[in-house]
Each structure stands twice: as structure tokens, then as C-alpha cells.
Write a protein that binds this ligand. Structure first.
Ligand code: ATP
Ligand code: MG
Length: 295
């Protein structure tokens, strides 16, 4: 089993088939080079010297292409902690999801909730804003990450503007950097405000193409999938098929490999080949849309 990571070998040696299937369904993190380079940019933001104009990043990518996974990975290595001497809570990085609509009050509520701070829904918005600022200073926040930012940049132009002003205000008051993450719509909305556009450096998680990085990704996946035989996913006939089925999205690549590994175990073949790929219950993303239209 030279094709496997040591931990994966342990799974094969010690687990039953159904436990192996369970292990396949668990989330995995593969540090592909685009993700690693974005993570090190986040690190730079986190350690940026405080000044009146802090740099920000806008992470842009198609849905299901690894944005949230990347943000969670960064959060995991920069977790909150309680300072031993003072028993004070320190939150260097806060990750929140933008509310589903551009509503300033809900945005502040989300921040308060994420810090387990009680709030009163009738509290005046100015009070709420002051409390958020006070609290974020107290926990020594250095990087605010807002996922699904396209939600709050969806409404009409004036709503968008007022929400962008909230972000600008927070960043100025707190002198912290921000990472906002969302789809292309978010990128377009930020471009409408020149001041924000040049404060947000775009980082794009591109769709996967048939190149070396993609083959490295497949090889990394293979080392983590607990199959007894080597599949050689990087063989052109298999790698191109997986890429076509996935339409270049890492979430789909991961799903295809999950379904295929389970079938490989259940069928006793113990490896992924073209036949397995043809027999999994998987519909490519664009065909899913067609299916819905036919309903
Ligand atoms: N680095 C990674 N290693 C392994 N699997 C990954 C990685 N990044 C993403 N995935 C897989 O892709 C799936 C989709 O990723 P994610 O939820 O981060 O997409 P997203 O870009 O946030 O999508 P959306 O815009 O719809 O929220 C994850 O559930 C996971 O299975
Ligand atoms: Mg996401």
C-alpha cells in the first residue's frame, strides 16, 4: 500500500468496511498551492502593522470551489484563546457569515452572536454599532472575515452602498484588515465603489484545469482514500474524466471521489477506474440545473 498516507494505511488495517466508508465521508483538507498562497496572504494581513489604511482581500470564486473550506482552515490555525494571566478572551480572527440581506442591524447581531454577546433586538442601531466596536477592540480582533459577502451586496445600488460604508467604517474605526469572500457578483459590487475597489485586493480561486496542480490534487486525494489497490487517478483517461464530470469545481471532484471510493469498497474492486466512475450516482452540476428546468 505504498500509494497511501500512513494514517490511511492505519484505517485500512484497523477498520471494518463500513468504518472505512464513514471515514471517506469525513471532510478532508488538501493544501493545494493556490490555497497555500492565499493562506499566506491572509497571514500577512493578520500581522500587518496597524495604520490608518489597512489592506483587505476579496476572495472570489465559483460556488463549491473551496472558499469556505479555505476560510475555515485559516480560522483553525488562528483560534481564539483565553490569556492565562488575565483570563481575557482574545479573538485574533473572527469568521462570520454575512446575513442573507443587506441589513446593518442583522450584521451587527451576527457579530455579537459569534462572540456570545447578548443583544436586545430593540437596541438602537448606533448603540449596537458602538457595542460591536467596543467588543471587537476588547477581544483584540485583528482580522474580520466575512463569508457569503454577495448576500449583502445583492440589493439595489443604494443598499449596497450603505452596506459598503458599514464595512469601511468598521475597518477605519478598528484599524483591522478584512477578508470578504463571495461569488463574482460581490466582486462586481465592490468595483462600483472606487475607494473600496482599490482597498480590496482580489484573490481568485479559479476553476480547476488539466494542469500539474490538478494532477497533484488528485494524487493528494488518492493518498487519503482508504482503498487497498492503487487507482492511479493521475492517468490521463481517469483524470480527464473526473475533471469533465466535476466541471472544474473542487467540491464536485471531492464528491466524485467520495462516491467512487464507496463503490470501490462495496464492489470489492478496491480501486477507482473508468467503470466505477461510470457507475456512481452522480449528475454533473450543469445537468442538475437542466433537470430542475424539466420539472
Ligand atoms: N482544500 C480542500 N481539500 C479537500 N476538499 C476541499 C478543499 N476545499 C474544498 N473542498 C471540498 O469542496 C467542497 C466545497 O467547498 P466550499 O464549501 O469551501 O465551497 P465554497 O466556494 O465556499 O462554495 P459556496 O460559494 O457555495 O459557499 C467542500 O465541502 C469540500 O468537500
Ligand atoms: Mg461557502
Amino acid at each position: 500500500m505504498k500509494h497511501l498516507h500512513d494514517k490511511t494505511k492505519d484505517i485500512i488495517n484497523n477498520y471494518s468496511d463500513s468504518e472505512r466508508v464513514m471515514s471517506i465521508k469525513k471532510p478532508k483538507w488538501i493544501g493545494y498551492s493556490q490555497a497555500n498562497s492565499i493562506l499566506s496572504r491572509f497571514d500577512e494581513l493578520l500581522n500587518y502593522p496597524v495604520n490608518h489604511r489597512m489592506p483587505n482581500i476579496l476572495l472570489v470564486g465559483d460556488s463549491n470551489n473551496g472558499k469556505t473550506a479555505l476560510l475555515n482552515k485559516f480560522l483553525k490555525v488562528n483560534q481564539s484563546f483565553v490569556e492565562e494571566e488575565t483570563s481575557k478572551l482574545v479573538v485574533p480572527v473572527l469568521l462570520i457569515q454575512a446575513p442573507p440581506e443587506p441589513d446593518e442591524r442583522r450584521f451587527y447581531n451576527t457579530i455579537l452572536e459569534s462572540l456570545f454577546a447578548p443583544y436586545n433586538s430593540s437596541e438602537k442601531i448606533e448603540m449596537k454599532q458602538q457595542r460591536v466596536i467596543h467588543l471587537l477592540k476588547k477581544v483584540e480582533l485583528r482580522l474580520l472575515i466575512i463569508d457569503e459577502i454577495h448576500h449583502v451586496l445583492a440589493g439595489n445600488l443604494s443598499k449596497q452602498r450603505s452596506f459598503l460604508n458599514v464595512l469601511k467604517f468598521l475597518s477605519n474605526e478598528l484599524r483591522i484588515s478584512m477578508v470578504c469572500s463571495g461569488t463574482k457578483e460581490a466582486f462586481n459590487a465592490i468595483q462600483t465603489d472606487p475607494q473600496l475597489a482599490n482597498r480590496f485586493e482580489p484573490k481568485v480561486l479559479k476553476k480547476w484545469r488539466n494542469d500539474e496542480e490538478y494532477l497533484r490534487l488528485l494524487a493528494s486525494f488518492e493518498r487519503l482514500l482508504p482503498l487497498k489497490e492503487e487507482s492511479l487517478l493521475i492517468e490521463p483517461s481517469i483524470s480527464t474524466k473526473i475533471l469533465a464530470m466535476s466541471e472544474g469545481l473542487i467540491g464536485e471532484i471531492s464528491r466524485i471521489l467520495e462516491l467512487s471510493s464507496i463503490l470501490a469498497i462495496e464492489s470489492g474492486l478496491e480501486k477507482i477506474n473508468k467503470n466505477i466512475l461510470n457507475n456512481i450516482d452522480f449528475v454533473p452540476p450543469s445537468d442538475r440545473k437542466k433537470m430542475i428546468f424539466k420539472l
